[in-house]
Ligand binder design. Sequence first.
Ligand SMILES: Nc1ncnc2c1ncn2[C@@H]1O[C@H](COP(=O)(O)OP(=O)(O)OP(=O)(O)O)[C@@H](O)[C@H]1O
Ligand SMILES: [Mg+2]
Length: 391
Amino acid sequence: MPAIRAIDKLEGILASSENFLQRMHELGQEPLQQKGLRRLFPPSEAAEMVGRDRTTLARAEPEIGMELPARNPGNNRRVGYTLEQIQAFRRHFGTLPWRDPATDSPLVVACQNFKGGVGKSTTCVNLAHYLALRGYRVLVVDTDSQATTTSMFGYVPDAEIDEDSTILPYLSGYQTTLDYSVRKSYWPNIDLIPACLALYEAELAIVMHLAAQQDVEKRVQFFMELKYGLQTVADNYDVILLDSPPALGMISINVLMAADALLVPSAARMFDFSSTVQFFRMVHNYIGKIDPTKQYRWISVLTTLFDQRYESQKQFFEVMRTCFGDSAFQRVFFHSAEVINGAAQFVSPYEQPKPNRKVLEMMDNVFGEIEVALLKEWPSKRGLLSERGIA
Ligand SMILES: Nc1ncnc2c1ncn2[C@@H]1O[C@H](COP(=O)(O)OP(=O)(O)OP(=O)(O)O)[C@@H](O)[C@H]1O
Ligand SMILES: [Mg+2]
């Protein structure tokens, strides 16, 4: 076979594959030509979400001042409410679960592990969806140039997001707050700071910038940039979720320093386990060098991609539980066809118009445990937790 010119060959590959990606995004957006949350919540489910009964909701409809969905002609019931309407009901009845700004701080949770493909982005997006359905105000920050999370929010990152819309201008010192980068998503209570491939170049740009700093103190400050940036927008949110790149680099260190809590997805497999141990080793080293006084509210491993058909995974899950002790969540994120099939169209199981209840139940269990870990950090929620029998 004669050798081929790399550039020509790559151009051919790129032309057809980029075209395919564009088409898949368009399919995910049809028929509205833009991605939207099309799931409706039947009255009984809405009632449970709001914390009032169905009749009370129906009576309050005129008061929330919003156009309501059509009724089913058969039984005259609402076909379903949108999440926006449910949020309006929650506001009306005072059942929004927001933190109390007087006592509770916004929490920055990093989904981080240097191992690739362990479900960081999937956990980040699905946890954001779970928290949003529960009524919290969530900011999702995509810090990974692969931009998986940005794609899940309906964007074709490299066509629709330019570097000026990412965290890059802030990290490069061209912006003084992150306000410019925050955009509304099609979820009423999730905002997004997107990523795109250009963020990869940021790694080098930051190193160059850093190398130019003579002063050690200033160099260390450089790793705190994202932390300070998030502080400029944090007041608007209850939870800020950071999706991280699968490698140690300048952005990952910034993520480590910005986080209040580390959520570490790891599959129950030998190589993933050893990578996770290595991740903790590196985190230990870098924090020791940059800021030995750094505190986390919690560090917790979440077992992901769990497939109980494999005996080895069950055994590894036990190993992880033993090794990580109370630094591991009890619940596991099961491997599910629903997650993979949904991802092919850039939708999560929570966004399916007719969701698979069993899968939602599994994810609600996992994320419910994480929600409790968050609530424990908010003094105003102590009463609520003790009502639920949680110390
Ligand atoms: N619970 C699950 N069930 C089935 N498939 C899953 C599950 N979680 C993640 N996946 C799939 O595994 C793959 C990797 O997941 P994801 O992109 O979330 O990992 P990641 O750690 O963010 O990867 P990267 O290191 O490249 O950023 C994706 O194809 C995703 O759809
Ligand atoms: Mg990812």
